[in-house]
Design a protein around this ligand. Structure first.
Ligand code: NAD
Length: 357
């Protein structure tokens, strides 16, 4: 297994592996960039088929966090952690203690948040052993940032519609959602309330039945969801949904969803652009959760949270306009903008240090 030469390594500042015999913990923490602040990012638990797969996931996700926080105007760096294991079978108090002690050992360079396979309860279990967890505050949603993530995606869908069709109105707009978990369900709820026709799939029949009975969502199969003739496709399951094979079958005009790393590889951004499909970069539009986590952790006034999340819409419009102007994929433009913001901040910080000296 190569590390420094892995394609996803991309100049990570720090990469730490942990194993704990007693609890069976096997985990990786990746700290990509701390120029803007401590690296904050989810702690994912997943039964990875190999160490390489886990490594690739944590590296790609932590890099995405750097760009996500920069674009969202947050004083946070990018990082992520993964626990190799089945969340349905391998959770235990000893595992959370070992993971918490691992996080604590980095002294605050990495701060964990909820992610796929982990819950607010898991973070609460870790918070007894480390101060470096977030998303456990007593809020309306008990610390779960997913409704805020859904709000950011909802705002982005409206902006993308305005960019494409000149109007944000969702009445009778058809949206397909892949994955009705924490974010997908909340997104479906907002879309239905705004008058959209929502079709959705989930590998978990309980989630699908709930959305059908509570929201009137039309269930579709997991095979069909990516190929529906809809206005918007919202991937809200796991990453990699957009790849060479699936992109050729897409019929949606706009892609805007919460899942991280929706593009399997960079070339998929160009494939979408070549097909005239407007792709809203995942790391830009799913920032509502990290914004919420930052508000919780910093004790900021939550009355301005909604406005901050809605600013995702302005950032997206900027990216879409730039992408149109220079005929480049939207993901590439969003990354470039994030790099510009990171460079500006490090120049300002260096100037501050010089004038203080
Ligand atoms: P979740 O685990 O609650 O929900 C994912 C849902 O997708 C589950 O219901 C699962 O059954 C379903 N699913 C899995 N594979 C599927 C498939 N092939 N087809 C259809 N459904 C499938 O996760 P979540 O918190 O809702 O997050 C969803 C995505 O958004 C993840 O990629 C996550 O990393 C990303 N994300 C979440 C947040 C957040 O605040 N929760 C923030 C940013 C990004």
């Amino acid at each position: 297994m190569t590390v420094f030469n892995a394609p996803s390594f991309d100049d990570h500042e720090q990469l730490v592996f942990a194993a704990d015999r007693a609890s069976g913990l096997r985990a990786i923490i990746a700290v990509h960039d701390t120029r803007l602040g401590a690296a904050v990012g989810g702690c994912r638990m997943y039964p990875y088929a190999s160490d390489e797969e886990a490594l690739d996931d944590v590296l790609r996700l932590s890099r995405g966090m750097t760009y996500k926080s920069a674009l969202a105007g947050l004083p946070l760096g990018g990082g992520k952690s993964v626990i190799i294991g089945d969340p349905g079978q391998h959770k235990s108090p000893a595992l959370w203690q070992a993971m918490a002690e691992f996080i604590e050992s980095l002294g605050g360079r990495y701060v964990a948040a909820e992610d796929s396979g982990t819950s607010v309860e898991d973070l609460q279990a870790m918070s007894h052993y480390t101060q470096y967890v977030s998303g456990v505050a007593e809020t309306e949603h008990g610390g779960d940032p997913s409704p805020s993530t859904a709000l950011g995606v909802f705002v982005a869908i409206r902006r993308a519609l305005r960019h494409r069709l000149g109007a944000e109105d969702l009445q009778d707009v058809h949206v397909a959602i892949q994955g009705l978990g924490h974010v997908g369900f909340a997104l479906a709820e907002m879309l239905v309330a705004a008058g959209a026709e929502v079709l959705a799939s989930d590998i978990n029949p309980v989630n699908l039945a709930r959305a059908q009975s509570e929201l009137g969502v039309t269930p579709v199969s997991t095979e069909d969801v990516l190929e529906l003739d809809v206005d918007v496709l919202a991937p809200c399951a796991l990453g990699g949904a957009l790849n060479e094979e699936s992109i050729s079958g897409l019929r949606a005009g706009i892609i805007a969803g919460a899942a991280n790393n929706q593009l399997r590889e960079q070339a998929d951004g160009a494939r979408l652009a070549d097909r005239g499909i407007l792709y809203c970069p995942d790391f830009l539009i799913n920032a509502g959760g990290i914004i919420d986590v930052h508000y919780q952790r910093s004790g900021l006034d939550r009355s301005s949270l909604g406005t901050h999340i809605e600013s995702i819409g302005d950032r997206l419009s900027e990216v879409l306009k730039r992408a149109d102007c220079c005929h480049r994929p939207t993901g590439e433009i969003a990354e470039k903008l994030a790099e510009e913001l990171l460079n500006e901040c490090s120049v300002t910080a260096k100037q501050g240090l010089r004038s203080a000296a």
